[in-house]
Design a protein around this ligand. Structure first.
Ligand code: HEC
Ligand code: HEC
Ligand code: HEC
Ligand code: HEC
Length: 442
């Protein structure tokens, strides 16, 4: 199943983004057909190219789109209201719901609760489980589960959050799909004769362990804060402790199994490099990657015949000078930086043939989309890689007058989070653990 927002994560696509976005959307639709997906929800990101684009490709590839509340302007549903799928001797009835915030030409929305109630009624008695693919967002999914009876499972998209251990609300288990197709989610249902609702002891154990770890870490900070005498170190520890404290609230602890519920567990399977590519799928993906950088780009002027690297002539008036200028006066920090992943972040993309991918380049270079920084994959010039100025700010003025113009001396967590986003790193980025690797201290 696909929970929706497959084609794009936003309801609109700018004229500049559109050529590459559309290329990828076509790839995703063709790939979904080859995967043999059972049911596809429609999210508002799927309408970013217009309803005609979606219906045309859906029928071209015979895709199983389903939606309870997406309608034409006269109020008639555009896709099937429900589909039924059999797995493990049980029948699952599947529908989907799209958020109604944005307007799209050629469409209208039926009211959310009423259309899901109708879909549930259509399925009741003919299926074992009712599944909603939701493009509403986690908080709205919780409300839906509370207000509409009879939903067993919700697979949500839209917020780009990943919820591997489902949030259990009443008798509904709610998963969130994450983003960018980086994982395939797997839900395992262990059914209990006469069971009602869900429990997840495995996830509960995981959360409780994580809570205990965080509390131990907080205790360690408390001890260290007491022990250190130097004020600067104390301040640093207090800062780090506060960040750790903030993690406590974010942890969801599923309810315990009391013997009356079915048991549900979630797993996310990373689509990592260790997986062998399916040959036909690889061919499709490679054909699309070949075309990245070929599409017209208003900044580069001409597009065809993509260069292997971005041009070496960035805009002349840039505020960024690049690490080679800093090297002249900060040799030690330069040497230290050279040993970090930041110094070869662009090469990482080139290896992947993704340096012209608009979903990629901006975090693997310096100053992207900032005043005086590159504003497209083709104007990166010498600002390839995550250089000094990504953390310390643009340095042209400082470099020509060091005592007169200060740099950002202590980059904060916010600077890192511009690139080490929750979405990108799926929680891997822990400021306290990462900062010692880049602060040039031994
Ligand atoms: C011409 C030599 C020179 C160049 C080039 C230069 N700096 Fe500096 N930088 C200095 C000096 C000298 C100081 C100390 C200034 C002071 O104490 O007022 C300094 C201070 C700093 C500080 C603050 C350190 C502190 O303890 O306050 C940072 C951060 C910094 N530079 C980063 C950079 C970066 C990044 C670049 C390249 C964009 C760069 N510098 C280029 C000479 C230079
Ligand atoms: C402009 C984007 C950007 C900023 C800002 C940024 N990073 Fe990174 N960081 C990256 C990228 C991209 C990589 C991966 C580089 C590679 O291996 O190709 C990375 C890698 C790292 C790594 C190595 C991790 C690993 O698993 O290999 C550490 C540690 C790190 N960053 C810490 C930080 C910290 C701490 C900050 C803030 C002070 C920060 N970064 C700011 C983009 C950024
Ligand atoms: C929002 C910022 C951001 C974007 C956009 C981004 N990256 Fe990265 N990338 C990072 C950071 C930060 C790291 C450091 C490792 C980590 O924690 O994910 C990284 C690491 C990597 C790595 C090396 C480590 C690994 O996990 O394998 C590869 C390869 C990579 N990125 C490729 C890409 C590709 C391909 C795209 C586009 C599809 C992309 N990146 C888009 C920020 C970004
Ligand atoms: C990923 C972010 C990041 C990058 C990239 C980075 N720095 Fe830093 N830099 C820091 C942090 C964090 C500190 C420590 C600040 C503190 O503790 O107050 C620091 C400190 C400094 C200082 C102050 C003196 C010192 O050693 O503590 C200078 C000078 C400096 N950096 C220069 C550079 C130069 C030059 C480059 C590029 C060659 C660079 N930095 C790249 C994050 C970064």
């Amino acid at each position: 199943m696909d929970a929706g927002d497959l084609l794009w994560t936003r309801p609109k696509v700018t004229a500049k983004e559109r050529p590459q976005r559309e290329l990828k959307a076509k790839l995703l639709l063709e790939a979904s057909a080859q995967l043999g997906v059972d049911a596809m929800g429609v999210g508002d990101g799927d309408l970013a190219f217009g309803i005609d684009f979606l219906t045309e490709h859906a029928s071209k590839h015979g895709l199983p789109y389903v939606s309870a509340n997406l309608a034409d302007p006269a109020g008639a549903r555009i896709f099937s209201q429900v589909v039924r799928v059999e797995r493990g001797g049980k029948t699952f009835g599947i529908t989907s719901v799209i958020g109604t915030t944005h307007k799209f030409e050629g469409t209208s929305f039926l009211p959310v609760n009423e259309s899901i109630t109708a879909a549930v009624a259509e399925l009741t008695g003919t299926v074992d489980f009712v599944v909603v693919l939701s493009g509403l967002g986690l908080e709205e999914d919780k409300t839906l589960a509370t207000e509409v009876a009879g939903i067993d499972l919700i697979f949500g998209s839209h917020t780009r959050k990943m919820q591997v251990d489902p949030v259990i609300v009443g008798t509904t288990a709610i998963f969130q799909a994450g983003s960018r197709g980086k994982h395939v989610g797997e839900a395992t249902l262990a059914l209990r004769e006469g069971g009602v609702g869900w429990s997840n002891d495995e996830g509960r154990e995981r959360s409780l362990r994580r809570l205990a770890q965080i509390r131990e870490q907080l205790d360690r900070y408390d001890t260290q804060i007491e022990q250190v005498s130097e004020q600067r170190s104390k301040d640093r520890l207090v800062r780090l402790r506060k960040v750790t404290q903030g993690r406590l609230d974010k942890i969801y602890v599923p309810p315990a199994d009391d013997g009356t519920t079915h048991v549900i567990t979630g797993k996310s399977i990373p689509m990592g490099k260790d997986l062998v590519d399916e040959p036909k799928m690889k061919e499709l993906v490679d054909a699309t990657l070949e075309q990245l950088g070929d599409e017209p780009d208003q900044h580069a002027g001409h597009g065809h015949g993509a260069q292997p690297h971005a041009t070496d002539t960035p805009k002349k008036d840039t505020d960024y000078v690049g690490a080679s200028t800093c090297l002249g006066c900060h040799r030690e920090q330069y040497a230290d930086w050279k040993d970090t992943g930041h110094a070869h972040a662009y090469k990482t993309l080139v290896t992947e043939k993704r340096q012209f991918d608009n979903d990629c380049w901006s975090c693997h270079v310096t100053g992207a989309n900032k005043p005086g920084g590159p504003d497209s994959a083709k104007t990166v010039g010498t600002l390839r890689n995550v250089q000094c100025e990504a953390c310390h700010g643009p340095g042209r003025k400082h470099a020509s007058n060091p005592p007169g113009v200060d740099m950002v001396k202590t980059p904060t967590e916010a600077v890192c989070l511009e690139c080490h986003t929750e979405e990108q790193t799926e929680g891997r980025f822990v400021f306290e653990d990462y900062i010692p690797k880049v602060d040039h201290a031994d």
